[in-house]
Design a binder for this molecule. Structure first.
Ligand SMILES: *[C@@H]1O[C@H](CO)[C@@H](O)[C@H](O)[C@H]1NC(C)=O
Ligand SMILES: *[C@@H]1O[C@H](CO)[C@@H](O)[C@H](O)[C@H]1NC(C)=O
Ligand SMILES: *[C@@H]1O[C@H](CO)[C@@H](O)[C@H](O)[C@H]1NC(C)=O
Ligand SMILES: *[C@@H]1O[C@H](CO)[C@@H](O)[C@H](O)[C@H]1NC(C)=O
Ligand SMILES: *[C@@H]1O[C@H](CO)[C@@H](O)[C@H](O)[C@H]1NC(C)=O
Ligand SMILES: *[C@@H]1O[C@H](CO)[C@@H](O)[C@H](O)[C@H]1NC(C)=O
Ligand SMILES: *[C@@H]1O[C@H](CO)[C@@H](O)[C@H](O)[C@H]1NC(C)=O
Ligand SMILES: *[C@@H]1O[C@H](CO)[C@@H](O)[C@H](O)[C@H]1NC(C)=O
Ligand SMILES: *[C@@H]1O[C@H](CO)[C@@H](O)[C@H](O)[C@H]1NC(C)=O
Length: 420
C-alpha cells in the first residue's frame, strides 16, 4: 500500500469505527478460536478459480465488494467465504463468487504479510490453483517521470529495491549520490554479488499485453483535486508524464517495506532497478508487497501448484513518490491533499473488471490452455528454467554455490531437497 496521509487519516478513522481486529476478537469470543471450516477430502471438492484477485488492504478489497451490485460488475465476491489457515488475522477469509470462478483475498500490507498470506494460499488444501490467473491489484506511488495520479500500470518486472546495504546519507562517502548500494558491492553503481533471489521477478509479457488490451476499454476515474495537483509538476520537462490525464501504462513496480518520499531516493531506486534488470525495467510504481507475493508464487510454481505465466501485476497511482519542483518531501508524503486515492481505488475496479471478464469470456478458447510467454519468466536465478535476460544467469546459485559445477539446475536442486 502507498497512499496519501490526508486520506490515511480518514482511513484510520474508518478503521476505528469498523475495526476488523475487534470484529475478529468478538467472533472468537463467541465461537472460540478459528476452526477449519471443512476438511477437503478429495480433489473434486477443491475450488479451482479461474481468476484470483489479490488485494493488500481493506480499501483495495472494498472496491470489489462495494461494486457487487453495479451493472457490469463481476458479481458478489462475498457469496462464498473460505477461512484459510495462515491468512492474516485481519483478513482471515478468501472470498469467492458462488460458483468459485473468481476469488479474492487480502494479504495485509508490506512484504512479510504478503509472503506469508500468499504462501498460505499456495499450500491450502481448499484450492486447485494450477490453472488460476492471479491479478495483483493495488494502489501505489507513481514516479512523475513516467506517469501520474490515477494511472493504471501493468507491469512485467517487480524489483525489490530496498534489499541493499545502506549508509545514512549524512555518513556516506562524499562522492556518492545515495546511501543505498547493492549487497556484496562497494558502490551504488556496482552489480550486486550477493543475490537472495527475490531481487527481480519477470512476468509473462504476452499476458501483460492482453491485460492492457482489456483494461484499455475502461473509462478511468479521476478527481478535481488530482487534476489541479498534477499541474504543479508542469515546471519541469522531466515530469511531463505527471501532467497528463490518467491512462493505462506499462512500466514496472518497485517493492520496499520502507515507504519513502523524495527525488533522491526515487532516483536511487530507479538506478538500482536499471542496474539489477540490466536496463530492462523502468521503475514507475512503488509499493510494499509485490516481490514478496511473487516469491511465494514462484516457490509454488516450482512444485507445479501454480503456473507462473498466469500472473498479472496491476498498480494504480494514489500519490507521487516525490514532490513537485519547489515543494518539500514532507509535504509530499504527509501534508498535501493530492486527490489521488479515490480515483486509484476506483481504477482498480474499473481497469480490473474488463481484465477479469476478458479471462472468463475467453476461458475455453484461450485462457484455460494458458498463455505461452515469449519472454523469460521467473526470478534472477532462472529457477523455473530458461536463462534470465538480466542478472548473472541461471548458473549463479547464490550463497557462493555455483550449481552448474555440480551439474544441477537450481530447480533440480530444489526438487531434490523437497524429496529428501
Ligand atoms: C469426492 O468428493 C465428491 C464431492 O463431494 C464426491 O461426490 C465424491 O464421491 C468424492 N470421491 C471420493 C473418492 O471420495
Ligand atoms: C462473507 O464474509 C463477509 C464479511 O467478510 C460477510 O459480509 C458475508 O456475509 C459473508 N458471506 C457469507 C455467505 O457468509
Ligand atoms: C568516489 O571516490 C573513490 C575514491 O576516490 C573512487 O574510487 C570512486 O570511483 C568514486 N565514486 C564515484 C561514484 O565517483
Ligand atoms: C521483486 O520482484 C521483482 C520482479 O517481480 C524482481 O525483479 C525483484 O528482484 C524482486 N526484488 C526482491 C528484492 O525480491
Ligand atoms: C470517480 O469516482 C467517484 C467515486 O465513485 C465519483 O463520485 C466520481 O463521479 C467519479 N469521477 C469520474 C470523473 O469518473
Ligand atoms: C502550470 O500550471 C499552472 C496552474 O495550472 C498554470 O498557471 C501555468 O501556466 C502552467 N505552466 C506551464 C508552463 O504550463
Ligand atoms: C542515478 O544515476 C545517474 C546516472 O548515473 C546519476 O547521475 C544520479 O546521480 C543517480 N542518482 C542517485 C540518486 O543516485
Ligand atoms: C504453448 O506451448 C506448449 C509447449 O511448448 C505447446 O504445446 C502449445 O501448443 C503452445 N500453445 C500455444 C497457444 O501456442
Ligand atoms: C547483467 O549485468 C551484470 C553486471 O554488469 C552482468 O554480470 C550480467 O552478465 C548481465 N546479464 C545479462 C543477462 O546481460
Amino acid at each position: 500500500m502507498r497512499f496519501s496521509t490526508v486520506f490515511g487519516a480518514l482511513a484510520s478513522a474508518a478503521l476505528v469505527t469498523a475495526s476488523p481486529v475487534s470484529d475478529l476478537a468478538k467472533k472468537h469470543e463467541v465461537h472460540g478460536p478459528p476452526t477449519v471450516h471443512h476438511q477437503v477430502k478429495n480433489a473434486s471438492e477443491k475450488i479451482a478459480p479461474k481468476v484470483f484477485i489479490i488485494s493488500m488492504f481493506s480499501y483495495e478489497a472494498a472496491i470489489w465488494y462495494d461494486n457487487a451490485e453495479t451493472e457490469g460488475s463481476i458479481g458478489n465476491l462475498l457469496e462464498k467465504n473460505i477461512t484459510v489457515p495462515g491468512f492474516s488475522m485481519l483478513f482471515p477469509d478468501a472470498h469467492c463468487l458462488a460458483d468459485g470462478s473468481v476469488c479474492q483475498l487480502t494479504t495485509g500490507e508490506s512484504e512479510i504479510n504478503a509472503a506469508s498470506t500468499i504462501s498460505a494460499l499456495m499450500y491450502s488444501p481448499y484450492f486447485d490453483l494450477t490453472k488460476t490467473y492471479f491479478m495483483i491489484a493495488g494502489i501505489a506511488g507513481i514516479n512523475p517521470k513516467h506517469g501520474t495520479l490515477a494511472d493504471v500500470a501493468i507491469s512485467k518486472y517487480a524489483v525489490q529495491v530496498a534489499l541493499q546495504y545502506e549508509f545514512d546519507a549524512r555518513e556516506m562517502p562524499e562522492n556518492w549520490t545515495t546511501g543505498y548500494f547493492p549487497q556484496g558491492s562497494y558502490a551504488p553503481d556496482e552489480y550486486p554479488t550477493s543475490l537472495y533471489g527475490t531481487e527481480v521477478f519477470e512476468l509473462n509479457e504476452v499476458l501483460r499485453d492482453m491485460a492492457v488490451g482489456f483494461a484499455s476499454t475502461a473509462t478511468l476515474n479521476d478527481s478535481a483535486t488530482a487534476i489541479t495537483y498534477r499541474a504543479n509538476y508542469n515546471t519541469s520537462t522531466l515530469y511531463t508524464a505527471a501532467t497528463q490525464k490518467p491512462s493505462i501504462i506499462t512500466c514496472d513496480v518497485a517493492t520496499s517495506d520502507v515507504y519513502f518520499s523524495g527525488a533522491l531516493l526515487g532516483d536511487a531506486f530507479e538506478n538500482y532497478t536499471t542496474l539489477v534488470t540490466n536496463g530492462s525495467a523502468t521503475y514507475c510504481m512503488t509499493a510494499q508487497e509485490d516481490n514478496a507475493s511473487l516469491e511465494a508464487m514462484l516457490r509454488a510454481a516450482i512444485v507445479g501448484l501454480v503456473d507462473f505465466s498466469r500472473i498479472i501485476l496491476m498498480r494504480t497511482a494514489s500519490d507521487f513518490d516525490r514532490p513537485y519542483p519547489g515543494d518539500s518531501v514532507a509535504n509530499n508524503l504527509l501534508y498535501n491533499d493530492v486527490g489521488g486515492s479515490t480515483p486509484a481505488f476506483e481504477n482498480i475496479y474499473l481497469a480490473g473488471t474488463p481484465i477479469v471478464k476478458g479471462i472468463l469470456d475467453g476461458w475455453d478458447c484461450t485462457f484455460a490452455a494458458g498463455i505461452n510467454a515469449t519472454n523469460y519468466i521467473g526470478d534472477v536465478f532462472g529457477t523455473l528454467g530458461g536463462q534470465p535476460d538480466f542478472g548473472p544467469g541461471s548458473s549463479y546459485g547464490g550463497e557462493g554455490v555455483v550449481l552448474s559445477q555440480v551439474g544441477l539446475s537450481r530447480r533440480d536442486l530444489y526438487k531434490k531437497v523437497m524429496k529428501n
